[in-house]
Design a protein around this ligand. Structure first.
Ligand code: PMP
Length: 384
């Protein structure tokens, strides 16, 4: 193993030293006054991150736990729901909904496409809720959730959004766009280790939870909400990760969300330009809308999983392989979280070096790094 590892994945992402330091403080008890102060600060920070004045529920577990809560608290067995899917995480909504006995109406588009709002709104009227993904991490596409919310508004059907790989990295206005539930996790753009799932729940969605009969216990929104109303958690929470997340939100507040979004856009732009300069094709869209993950098509005859292995084991550079039908076909570069221009330079250099082992040569040696460096130096990629 190389002794230095670069985590340039779409999650978990690197953790800033300030967040690491916050997690290294001696453990506090979750029923102590110190925890109350920490938890109150976290909830305030989360309100800004989600751009909501509704409750943000803090759920132990991963992003999928938060997704599961958004099904079990809304759906009763047999309820029709609409799931819009164009990738792995859209499909996950359908799997969870089916696990709870929902009657899933799938509005599907091919992997890699951006979801169209019209067909989703057309399928919605009979449904209890509509489930969509914001950043579809498997394809790199960031779906236009604002347009979907607008199209759904006349139907009055609740909209649930998976923002696990977008919250804190790309604009998402929970209240202003009229989204009922947004779920997220600690380990991506929020720059914290995994362990905390999050769900922003509107009063209307909380109302749905009162009548949903799916079984649930520790992820029951009313239980969690009742504890949070007293400044506490219902069960023993991941105190250490919560301390890290609170610090990460402070860093994001200090940087400013708009600046963080711009940083992501600019890093993604440099990555796309660098990839193209290497003579490779993009799978993810070649525009600023998709700034969380860049998915790179592997050249004909080269197995992406093998490239992923060489990157990780020989170079210590951890990117992500493809999922589902894209396994072996793409390599994904993450831009979210504690990431800067040199992470992109590293990713492009490592990709070129790894591909060389499979006989692939770019038009000019170092072309990807050269292009990204050019953009960064001119201030055209990352604003300086
Ligand atoms: N949704 C999206 C869009 C994701 O990217 C992920 C994680 N890759 C998840 C859900 C699931 O999150 P977790 O792995 O934390 O359960």
């Amino acid at each position: 193993m190389p002794d230095k590892t670069y985590l340039i994945t779409p999650g978990p992402t690197p953790v800033p030293p300030e967040v690491q330091a916050a997690m290294e403080r001696p453990l506090i008890h979750h029923r102590s006054p110190d925890f109350k102060v920490l938890f109150a600060s976290l909830l305030e920070g989360l309100g800004r991150a989600f751009a909501t004045s509704s409750e943000v529920l803090v759920l132990p577990g991963s992003g999928t736990s938060a997704m599961e809560s958004a099904v079990s608290n809304i759906v009763s067995p047999g309820d029709p729901v609409v799931v819009a899917s164009a990738g792995n995480f859209g499909e996950r909504w359908a799997k969870i909904a089916r696990a709870f006995g929902a009657d899933v109406r799938l509005v599907e588009q091919p992997w890699g496409e951006r979801l169209e709002a019209g067909p989703i709104a057309a399928a919605a009227p009979a449904a209890k809720a509509v489930y969509v993904t914001h950043s579809e991490t498997s394809t790199g596409v960031v779906h236009d959730v604002q347009a979907i919310a607008e199209a759904l508004r006349p139907t009055g059907v609740a909209l649930v959004v998976d923002a696990v790989s977008s919250l804190g990295g790309v604009e998402l206005q929970t209240d202003a766009w009229g989204i009922d539930v947004v779920v997220a996790g600690s380990q991506k753009a929020l720059m914290t280790p995994p362990g905390v799932g999050l769900a922003a729940v509107s009063p209307r969605a909380m109302e749905l939870a009162r009548s949903a009969s799916s079984p649930r216990f520790s992820l029951d929104w009313q239980t969690v909400s009742a504890a949070q109303a007293k400044g506490a958690t219902a069960f023993t929470p991941p105190v250490t990760v919560i301390a890290g997340l609170d610090e990460a939100l402070r860093l994001l507040d200090r940087e400013g969300y708009e600046t963080a979004f711009a940083r992501n856009r600019e890093l993604a732009r440099a990555a796309r330009e660098g990839v193209k300069a290497l003579g490779l094709e993009l799978f993810s869209p070649d525009d600023d809308s998709s700034s969380m993950v860049t998915a790179v098509r592997m050249p004909e005859g080269i197995d992406g999983q093998a490239v992923y292995g060489v990157l990780r084991d020989r170079h210590g550079v951890v990117l992500a392989g493809g999922q589902g039908p894209l396994r072996g076909k793409v390599i994904r570069i993450g831009h979210m979280g504690y990431m800067n221009r040199f992470d992109m330079i590293t990713a492009l250099a490592a990709l070129e070096m790894a591909l060389a082992e499979f006989g692939y040569r770019p038009p000019t040696p170092g072309a990807g790094v050269a292009r990204a460096t050019e953009l960064f130096s001119e201030g055209r990629a990352v604003g300086v």
